[in-house]
Design a protein around this ligand. Structure first.
Ligand code: NDP
Length: 406
């Protein structure tokens, strides 16, 4: 029986609130706190309708550490789950340290003024969490999150050493909008217009951004979806997996994008709408990307009438008992089924469910530690078992084919 405080009432936060409410034997009290109170209230109403559970809500700007600290002191949670934006990570970790509350998130810190994410900022908190005697778990969504767990599970049960990992993320769904992003538009667009890098032969190799000429892409056949053009993209789990998977020679991350999405993105970038510096607009300072975010659909608003499936998984190659071996572990998630269950779309669902399971594992002591951890440093088995139980079943098969070779 534990109290959980979820910060962020967006697409992912709403899923986590629903899924925690489905496990009252663990989460006896749930509070959802976010910047806009109306969003918390809307989730509260839905959770009451669907799960018949009464959650508490609060308004908080998580960048205001003293305010967050006083909310934490009042509610006294056993765990805080951060499902706001990457900008808030360090402020929320500071509040957890001050109050001695364990921490979990799904996306690594990114400074607002620089579109660049890396774990160094949060890894630097390791000593502080260690000294305080509490645990912080980073990147416990799907990717990062389950993708890391798939690799840790493969390392534990299927390989003596892993040489190559390809993470393949396909959204084969259709939300019916001309252009929208499946998670927070500002964070999503900052991520996908960056120069791409992947790890190969002991160093990071750079290739052009997905909207540039020369971007690396190839058609991959995703089970239950079909062939989709998959683009090499830099993703944060590559940074921690390079450290934590033994013998790794290459890791790449691939994501599917439609030509329609890429064309919109090219135009938006060309006209300056993806800029993150301030510009003058009628005497006011505005940031074009923040303005763009405000006119694009919210991720949660895409859920109704979203059709099709997502398929996210890892092709992992290495050595077992002196023999070469290659496996594919993946999950398939259906947008419409997520909507039927908890009014969510599959991207929010596949992120919010692992966040809830990670919280459950921390609260029940199946994941224990003092300091800051990426999920692949923890036991993958209870997460793999609970993914099946809470709506994200997975498949593991031999994979005799090549993914993509230059
Ligand atoms: P949304 O934009 O739908 O939700 C973000 C929520 O955070 C909003 O409710 C927003 O409030 C709130 N928020 C923003 N700033 C603050 C603040 N200062 N204080 C309190 N609340 C704040 O995004 P998503 O739900 O799609 O994504 C949430 C997080 O999950 C992001 O960090 C994203 O990167 C991550 N993610 C991780 C994935 C993974 O697989 N690991 C996949 C998808 C997402 P307001 O409504 O007022 O703006």
């Amino acid at each position: 029986m534990a109290k959980i405080l979820i910060i962020g009432a967006g697409g992912v936060g709403a899923v986590a609130a629903h899924k925690c409410a489905q496990a009252p034997e663990i989460f006896s009290e749930i509070m959802l706190a976010s910047r806009t109170p109306a969003k918390c209230e809307a989730v509260k109403k839905q959770v009451a309708e669907i799960e018949k559970v009464n959650i508490q809500t609060a308004a908080v700007d998580a960048d205001n550490v003293p305010r967050l600290v006083s909310l934490i002191k009042k509610f006294k949670p056993d765990l805080l789950v951060n499902l706001a934006l990457p900008y808030q990570d360090l402020h929320i970790m500071d509040a957890c340290l001050e109050t001695g509350v364990p921490y979990l998130d799904t996306a690594n810190y990114e400074p607002p003024e620089q579109a660049h994410f890396e774990y160094s900022h949060q890894w630097a908190y390791h000593e502080k969490f260690l000294k305080k005697g509490i645990m912080a778990v980073l990147g416990c969504g799907f990717d990062p999150g389950v993708s890391n767990i798939f690799c840790a599970y493969a390392q534990k049960h299927h390989f003596d050493s892993i040489r190559n990992i390809d993470i393949l993320d396909c959204n084969g769904g259709n939300h019916g909008k001309a252009f929208a992003t499946n998670f927070n538009p500002e964070i999503n667009i900052r991520e996908v217009i960056q120069t791409v890098k992947h790890w190969q032969g002991g160093k990071w190799m750079e290739t052009p951004a997905i909207i540039e000429t020369g971007a690396v892409h190839f058609p991959f056949a995703y089970p239950q979806i079909g062939i989709r053009e998959s683009y090499l993209l830099y993703h944060e789990e590559e940074e921690s997996l390079v450290k934590n998977i033994r013998g790794l020679e290459r890791i790449r991350f691939w994501m599917t994008f439609s030509e329609n999405y890429l064309n919109h993105l090219r135009v938006l970038k060309n006209v300056g709408m993806t800029r993150i510096d301030e510009v003058d607009y009628e005497g006011k300072k505005i940031i074009p990307l923040k303005f763009l975010k405000s006119v694009l659909p919210e991720p949660a608003a895409l859920a109704e009438n979203y059709s099709g499936k997502t398929n996210i998984g890892c092709v992992i190659e290495g050595i077992k008992n002196g023999q070469h071996k290659k496996i594919y572990i993946y999950n398939i998630c259906d947008h419409a089924e997520c909507f039927r269950e908890i009014r969510a779309q599959a991207i929010s669902y596949t992120t919010g469910v692992p966040a809830m399971i990670g919280a459950m594992l921390m609260l029940t002591g199946q994941w224990q530690g003092k300091g800051v951890f990426n999920v692949e440093q923890l036991d993958p088995d209870p997460m793999m078992e609970k993914l099946e139980k809470y709506g994200l079943p997975w498949t593991l098969t031999d994979f005799p084919r090549q993914v993509y070779e230059t």
